[in-house]
Design a protein around this ligand. Structure first.
Ligand code: HEM
Length: 557
């Protein structure tokens, strides 16, 4: 992999702001202490006041003070103070003096499930940068795209995210190797370089397309069957379980080059167990972000026991799939006739140890289910809420189909609005509430010095709803991504740079093909007057079932 940032082959902002404040400005800090003291007093009164607003309050106001849909919380304002003086780290506003008290308040606000709304509220209270400490977890939080550029420039040669202690604690407890998701330093880089070639480079997409296209067609056939069985020429349901199966079937077919058969009437109970384990794994992770898992393990807490059971289930299913392919490969001596999947390609390449391959393939399998399925569910929900837009997308797909004359890869190049819809979904309903990096060097953001080693979080959910960043952020408008307005550090749903989502290529292809097939076959509608909000379970999920109605465009087969 070229570790050059800007990921040449991906849709990322290629350059950085030339005027990135550096260490020289940090040095000015000590000369400016007197002025800082005065400015700091103003800040003091702001951050001393506790955050007591009920969460419902945040959701009912927009910048203009006009009430809007309660599912559309937005950032109200930013406190910008123009000053060129660099202020010390200790003056960053926020609640960071007493982690235990903050943890208690966080728990009272049901913060485990409302983290994204609390972050948004904190930006409204403190401005575009704030510091916080909840339990043992301390960070600086930022929201502006220009500040994101500074952050990513300082991520260093080995970018490091927030360590999810619960996940590493499980690996250590069971004596399992870390995969690329959890590795750091040179070990991460050397693995990631090899995995990039097989999982995310542009040339592998042509291998994935036929596999994923077939899964998409099977999903459509399954929906037609359900419609026929309903006898009502429509199917009204909560699609989440179906989408989990679709996502696992898709990612497995790419990883193993084989189908699991999850879209058939009878499904392997072990595969269903795997899906349930992933949901449980995410659900039990968020409480352990703030309380050390080691402590929970010692007291035998249920959350830790459930977490272990979830990962055990994930690993045993992945182990089964990996062993199958490994066995087949040893028996099969001839060169493969068709693309054999990511796992077999990695084994044949023989550049990573089998244990490293197993660890990363398991993580790819676990990371490939809830992420894409929930994004697709939100997208269908938005299309159901915007019928005219749905027709526009359908027209785009029809034109692309006609122009590409059966070449699916070509077709994927002709659907900018569909791609815009997926970006728009990730803006309003990002899978990850924030992106995080430990700084490799000192930086200055919003005139505050932040020392190397600090954990800085970019609030993706909050940025997506900030009217200073997005015009009318509360509106779902895929076409905003086609216009010439700046996209500089704004489309970050998959993260950024060399540490960005490894599964991005699979996810994007899988989701685009899904939408193509669904738009060609069904009209999506939703129940009236049901607004869905989100809840944080490490990833963002709908807080209630999304009930959709699928109607065939032509009479069901
Ligand atoms: C809509 C779908 C998805 C979204 C929005 C998403 C988002 C993300 C984000 C935000 C990160 C962190 C990036 C960073 O820190 O810069 C990440 C990392 C990762 N994702 Fe995804 N993801 C998606 C689907 C997938 C899929 C389908 C897979 C597997 C096939 C996957 C595997 C991974 C892995 C392995 C990492 C860790 C990479 C590393 O640390 O080097 N993701 N993803």
């Amino acid at each position: 992999m070229s570790t050059a940032r800007g990921a040449d082959y991906l849709d990322q902002p290629p350059t950085f702001s030339p005027d990135v404040p550096g260490r020289a400005r940090v040095a000015a800090e000590s000369r400016a202490r007197v002025t800082i003291f005065v400015a700091g007093m103003a800040r003091w009164s702001m951050w001393r006041s506790p955050v007591t607003l009920p969460l419902s309050w945040i959701e009912e106001r927009t910048t203009s003070g006009v009430r809007c849909s309660s599912s559309m919380p937005v950032v109200k304002q930013a406190f910008s103070e123009s000053s060129s003086i660099v202020r010390p780290f200790t003056e960053i506003p926020g609640l960071w003096k007493n982690g235990v008290v903050n943890l208690y308040n966080f728990w009272k606000l049901d913060g485990f499930r409302n983290l994204h709304r609390i972050m948004l509220q904190n930006f409204n209270t403190f401005g575009p940068i704030y510091r916080e400490k909840i339990g043992y977890y301390e960070s600086v939080n930022i929201i502006n795209p220009e500040d994101a550029a500074i952050l990513f420039k300082a991520e260093g040669h080995y970018p490091k995210r927030l360590k999810v202690e619960a996940w590493t604690a499980y690996r250590d407890y069971r004596n399992r190797k870390y995969g690329v998701l959890l590795k750091n330093g040179e070990d991460w880089r050397s693995n990631r370089v090899i995995l990039n070639k097989e999982v995310i480079s542009p040339k592998v997409q042509e291998n994935f397309v036929p596999l994923l296209d077939e899964v998409g067609q099977d999903f459509v056939a399954r929906v037609h069957k359900k419609i026929k069985r309903s006898g009502q020429n429509k199917w009204t349901t909560d699609l989440s379980q179906e989408l989990f199966k679709y996502a696992l079937e898709s990612v497995s077919s790419v990883l193993y080059g084989e189908r699991l058969g999850l879209l058939l009437d009878y499904i392997d109970p072990e595969a269903q167990h795997f899906i349930d384990c992933i949901t449980l794994m995410f659900k039990t992770t968020s409480p352990m972000l703030y309380i050390p898992p080691g402590l929970l393990r010692q007291i035998g807490a249920k959350v830790w026991r459930d977490h272990v059971a979830a990962w055990d289930g994930i690993f045993s299913q992945a182990d089964r799939c990996i062993h199958n392919i490994y066995r087949q490969l040893r028996q099969d001596t001839g060169a493969p006739k068709k693309y054999p999947g990511v796992l077999a390609s990695l084994l044949m390449l023989d550049k990573l140890s089998i244990e490293d391959i197993k660890a990363s393939v398991t993580e790819l399998m676990a990371g490939g289910v809830d992420t894409t399925s929930i994004t697709l569910l939100w997208t269908l929900y938005e299309l159901a809420r915007h019928p005219n837009l749905q027709e526009e997308l359908r027209a785009e797909v029809a034109a692309a189909r006609a122009e590409s004359q059966g070449d699916t890869l070509e077709m994927l190049k002709r659907i900018p609005l569909v791609k815009g819809a997926l970006k728009e979904t990730l803006r309003l309903h990002p899978v990850a509430v924030s992106l995080q990096r430990y700084l490799a060097e000192d930086i200055v953001i919003q005139n505050y010095h932040i020392p190397a080693g600090t954990l800085v979080q970019l609030g993706l959910y909050a940025m997506g709803r900030d009217p200073k960043v997005f015009f009318r952020p509360e509106q779902y408008q895929p076409s905003r991504w086609l216009r010439t307005e700046t996209h500089y550090f704004r489309s970050l749903g998959f993260g950024f740079g060399p540490r960005q989502c490894l599964g991005r290529r699979i996810a994007e292809t899988e989701m685009q093909l899904f939408l193509i097939h669904m738009l060609e076959n069904f009209r999506v509608e939703k129940q009236r007057h049901v607004e869905v909000q989100s809840t944080f379970e490490l990833i963002l999920l709908p807080d209630k079932p999304i009930i959709l109605t699928l109607k065939p465009l032509k009479t069901s087969r």
